[in-house]
Ligand binder design. Structure first.
Ligand code: PDD
Length: 290
């Protein structure tokens, strides 16, 4: 029988049995990094890319990630397999370990806390992708190192909660100079005259693994992508908008701040990229469920 399963510092157990010390620096200081990886039909999509980003995020916060990518791949394959879920969402977190509270880092021999858990991939209610979702604009209140996938997500949580309270699905964040960066837990894209725009992969956004896959898919389909900053005004006047993440893949956006985007219906470029990414996932994970 399939079950939510946890790998915690080398031990496998049912997820609800996992315990960490209250002095863990992840709890006290949000001092850690994370990843979210999807398994389709038992096979991981872009696993190496996610684990490379894990290492980049760790070194970005001066944290040593123990072991190698190959060893971690083995842990995840084993965990997802043992969970029994064909379509698993695997979450992993690495913190600077447990030590008496002090802003300064603990001694080098303090073992990090690493865990991974496998749960079923969340499913979207049917029709969402055909209809598209809505966004609410929100100032980007995050720090200057959004390129690292750290667990310090309070500004992201606040933005998403505020969007939800306005009846929207996600928050579209913009900087003081009006440039759109990304959403609270996904990358943002707009389409203008058939050309797809997304914020360049600077310190202002998380360079989504899905984002990179979509750029690849677009290239293969002959769709032009420009990694260029776009102002909120231009974004709102776009023909099409969509967002992307591991969990959502390509998610069409048909309204922003209660106003329709373009025709107010899912656009043709978005549809091509949505299908193209799906095909890429099916090809990479062989007979993945479509
Ligand atoms: N979110 N930008 C932000 C701020 C994110 O949190 C995410 C992912 C992305 C998309 O990254 P990727 O395509 O690699 O999933 C962009 C994950 C899924 C989460 O926090 O649950």
């Amino acid at each position: 029988m399939a079950q939510d399963l946890l790998w915690l510092n080398g031990d496998i157990m049912p997820l609800e049995e996992g315990r960490v010390n209250v002095q863990d620096r992840g709890l006290l200081f949000s001092d850690g990094i994370y990843e979210v990886i999807n398994f389709y039909n038992g096979k991981p999509f872009t696993l190496r890319e996610h684990l490379e980003r894990w290492e980049k995020s760790a070194s970005g916060i001066l944290l040593d990630s123990p072991g190698t990518i190959e060893e971690r791949m083995q842990v995840l394959m084993d965990l997802a397999g043992k969970s029994g879920y064909r379509n698993a969402s695997v979450y992993g977190q690495l913190t600077r370990g447990t030590a008496p509270r002090n802003h300064l880092f603990p001694s080098n021999d303090t073992p990090p806390t690493e865990f991974w858990f496998a749960r079923p991939t969340p499913e979207f209610t049917s029709g969402v992708k055909e209809k598209g979702v809505s966004l609410a604009t929100h100032p980007d209140e995050r720090w200057e190192h959004c390129e690292f996938k750290t667990i310090s997500l309070l500004p992201n949580c606040l933005a998403k909660e505020r969007a939800k309270r306005q009846g929207a699905f996600e928050a579209l964040q913009y900087l003081k100079n009006d440039i759109v960066t990304e959403c609270s837990a996904s990358n943002a894209w707009c389409v203008r005259d058939g050309v797809v725009f997304t914020h360049p992969a600077t310190h202002r956004i998380l360079n989504g693994i899905t984002r990179m896959a979509i750029i690849d898919v677009a290239y293969a389909l002959g769709i032009e992508v420009r990694e260029e900053a776009v102002s909120l005004r231009e974004f709102l006047a776009s023909d099409e908008v969509f967002i992307s993440s591991t969990t959502m893949e390509v998610m069409p956006v048909t309204a922003i701040d209660n106003k329709p985007v373009g025709s107010g219906r899912v656009g043709s470029v978005t549809t091509k990229l949505m299908k193209g990414l799906r095909e890429r996932i099916v090809a990479d994970c062989e007979a993945a469920a479509v």
